[in-house]
Design a binder for this molecule. Structure first.
Ligand code: FAD
Ligand code: SIN
Length: 532
């Protein structure tokens, strides 16, 4: 079955929805999303959106904090863009009906690690849920937008041309014309044709055993773009959030960095405020530093967790600032107004992704990327807290504006063959998929985590290469399913992370290796770019 649309958007988190709203002013938009429409990393975002709002803040200060966290690899032009265009995007969200928390009729501004000012716009501790609600409301009312739930993109549809560069040399020019998509309810593969495809598939957290990310975060967009030949960058920079609720067995639950911004102190079991040993900013140091410090304390003591302490605050202030965290912890018999919160780090955010310019364009014509799937240059080697939702808003707006200005879209698309499943059989050994998924997550957690070494990365590489090969063979023989799509993408994403980590022979930001414990500016002040 073929579907034609002016704009194809893959993903219904903040990046996809925001782009869709803007693109719908130009033509028809199809949003495909692999589960229910709200299921996304966005929906779980807690802390908020960083933006210069307060009179005592400045663009220069937000830019400096972002560059500082990024450890030398941020692209200054991209940072300037998100910081300077941030306040306008926050105003748009307010106009769209997002109900941010206010105090005395002004936006209440929180603070998080690495920020030198209070600048986090938030909706209590459920910011992402509130933003997603408001955007979906707008999207679902729009006559030009159609949302396809339970539709998982399998692969991008690409056409390759040899372009003569004039010196008897040829370069390959690739054009994207949409995607093959599995409707997982009817089990049919549909062809979505479009001259503009926006990849907004989010992050990669599910590559790791412990993650703050929901089940949808399987690196699909990065793997699809890589297979299509797009440039992918900085995949070694995986951010581990320092504080998720320690509770063996249950999925990780985030304890927002805003809790430390509120005055929360990290302590070891004996009550020591250990962060002072590692950084003058103590518990509010940037995430990479805090996560490594916790890792080091746990290795030293043999404990399973450290503790976050907000018991010195008034109980009603704590519970009203963090109603969701308060309620969730109570379910585990932890009253955060009286008890210390046991916490451990977990994989949280991918700073790398599909390389784009300042307008969301990738190295493939007609293919754009926004949000966590992209590498715009904003985050460098380590993302500053709450800059991610901001990046998604700013770059999806810029992409739509550029497409409009340059009239990049067209209703004419080439003839594309339908999906061909001949020669494949229905899989009967689901245990293989479940096993491989768990094995990838365990390998990545054990060997490609907060602290790395050549020995561990080599070991991970050998194992992931084997799994990847087996998964690719299985994929060729087997009729496609939602689980198989994810497994293939998880294996490729893991391979890209390891390959990039092995190639960076220094420590910088989120990539720390005991073999090269220091940054090496003379050789490594550059992005790690790979393509297929
Ligand atoms: P997502 O919101 O993850 O959306 C991706 C969409 O793509 C989903 O709809 C998914 O179903 C869909 N999808 C994926 N693959 C496919 C496929 N193959 N086919 C079809 N659809 C597909 N950042 C901040 O700035 N501030 C915060 O306070 C903050 N808190 C966070 C708290 C948590 C617990 C987490 C997990 C993240 C947090 N982040 C925060 C990070 C931020 O939420 C994400 O980076 C951001 O929401 C990503 O938005 P996105 O639109 O790019 O992707
Ligand atoms: C948090 O609330 O700690 C998450 C903020 C972020 O990831 O930017």
């Amino acid at each position: 079955m073929q579907m034609k649309t002016d704009f194809l958007v893959i993903g219904s988190g903040i990046a996809g929805l925001y782009f869709a709203i803007k693109a719908a002013e130009m033509g028809t938009v199809a949003i495909i999303t692999k589960k229910e429409q709200a299921e996304s990393n966005t929906n779980y975002a807690q802390g908020g959106i960083a933006s210069v709002i307060s009179a005592d803040d400045s663009f220069d200060s937000h830019i400096a904090d972002t560059l500082n966290a990024g450890a030398g690899l941020c692209h200054r032009d991209a940072v300037e863009v998100i910081v300077r265009e941030g306040p306008a995007r926050i105003n748009e969200l307010l106009t769209l009906g997002v109900e941010f928390t206010k105090k005395n009729n002004q936006l209440d501004l929180g603070r998080e690690g690495g920020h030198s000012k209070h600048r986090i716009v938030h909706a209590a501790d459920l910011t992402g849920h509130e933003v997603e609600r408001a955007l979906l409301e707008k999207v679902n009312q729009h006559p030009n937008i159609q949302v396809f739930e339970n539709h998982a993109a399998i692969d991008l549809i690409t056409e390759h041309h040899l372009v003569n560069t004039g010196k008897a040399e040829h370069r390959q020019n690739t054009h994207c014309w949409g995607a093959y998509v599995l409707d997982s309810k009817s089990n049919t593969v549909k062809t979505f044709l479009s001259s503009v495809t926006m990849l907004a598939t989010g992050g990669t957290g599910q590559v790791y055993l412990h993650t703050t990310n929901p089940l949808i975060a399987t690196g699909d967009g990065i793997a699809m773009a890589y297979r299509a030949g797009a440039k992918v960058g900085n995949m070694e920079f995986i951010q581990f959030h320092p504080t998720t609720l320690f509770n063996s067995g249950a999925p990780s639950f985030l304890i927002s960095e805003a809790v430390r911004g509120f005055g929360g102190i990290l302590r070891t079991r004996d009550g020591a405020d250990f962060m002072k040993k590692y950084d003058a900013r103590g518990s509010l140091a940037p995430r990479d530093i805090v996560a490594r410090a916790i890792d080091s304390e746990l290795k030293r003591s043999g404990d399973e967790c450290v503790f976050l302490d907000v018991t010195h605050h008034k109980a009603n202030e704590t519970s009203s600032h963090f109603p969701n965290i308060y309620k969730r912890c109570l379910e585990f018999n932890i009253d955060i107004t009286k008890d210390l919160i046991p916490v451990v780090p977990a994989a949280h955010y991918s700073c790398g992704g599909v390389v784009t310019d300042l307008y969301g364009s990738t190295s493939i014509v007609g293919l754009f990327a926004c949000g966590e799937v992209s590498m715009t240059g904003v985050h460098g080697a380590n993302r500053l807290a709450s800059n991610s939702l901001l990046e998604a808003l700013v770059f999806s707006t810029r992409a739509a504006a550029q497409i409009k200005e340059k009239k990049i879209y067209s209703s004419i698309t080439p003839e594309i063959p339908e999906w061909d499943e001949s020669g494949t059989v229905n899989a009967d050994e689901w245990v293989l998929i479940a096993h491989d998924r768990k094995e990838i997550q365990q390998i990545m957690w054990d060997y490609v985590g907060i602290v790395r070494s050549n020995h561990r990365l080599d070991r991970a590489n050998r194992r992931i290469q084997l799994i990847l090969q087996e998964v690719l063979d299985f994929y060729k023989r087997t009729a496609v399913t939602a689980e198989l799509i994810e497994l293939r993408n998880l294996a490729r994403t893991a391979e890209l992370i390891i390959r990039s980590a092995l190639s960076r022979k220094e420590s910088r930001g989120l990539h720390y290796t005991t073999d090269y414990p220091k940054p090496n500016d003379s050789e490594w002040l550059r992005d790690t770019i790979v393509n297929s």
